[in-house]
Design a protein around this ligand. Sequence first.
Ligand code: ATP
Ligand code: NCN
Length: 189
Amino acid sequence: MKKVGLLGGTFDPPHLGHLLIAEEVYEQLKLDEVWFIPSGEPPHKEKASVSARDRVDMVESAIQDNHHFSINTIEVNRLGKSYTVDTIEALLKEYPNNQFYFIIGADMVEYLPKWSRIDKLIEQVQFVGVKRPDYELNTTYPIIALDIPELAISSTEIRKRLANNRSIRYLVPEKVLEVIKERKLYESS
Ligand SMILES: Nc1ncnc2c1ncn2[C@@H]1O[C@H](COP(=O)(O)OP(=O)(O)OP(=O)(O)O)[C@@H](O)[C@H]1O
Ligand SMILES: O=C(O)c1ccc[n+]([C@@H]2O[C@H](COP(=O)([O-])O)[C@@H](O)[C@H]2O)c1
């Protein structure tokens, strides 16, 4: 049975915090792979600022030099809001021999009670919660809580910096920076 970590996200844009949590969970839980799953329509927040195509391309650029990371586009290929419960149901059908671990930051751990059909979802997939500055990892849900180095990086902060012509070097991988610059993403109009 293959142990596969899933990192769902808006990735608007992907940053070093995402890569660090994926790598830490991969190592600590001895996973075989981690799949990055960009949302089509995020279930609980405003639409992303750039297209799904751009977000997929940025994720591909971010993970290209790590052979145990890959991208899965199941959510961008599905219409409507990207509820995790639908994604897990589809993945379990398609890959019955995989054991999935859904990785979330502490902000999403706090939000778990509000996830769609959470009582069903919690029985279908093992959640792994990781620390994130300013959020608590406490929950009554049966998650695996992991201690990881905390990085105070968010996509929101990166978008703000770009809007103010500030540097995002060393907050995102070089390759992601190249895509952002080439396509003039996140420039204020
Ligand atoms: N610095 C971080 N430390 C720990 N977890 C993180 C970090 N950044 C993102 N995550 C987690 O990664 C997943 C995907 O996050 P997402 O793509 O929404 O990035 P974000 O930085 O939270 O974006 P935004 O600021 O736009 O809300 C979520 O589970 C989130 O909690
Ligand atoms: O299914 C839900 O109700 C749900 C609610 C909040 C978040 N999620 C998922 O959690 C992941 C991280 O969310 P986000 O918004 O921080 O990118 C992403 O895969 C979302 O689809 C899912």
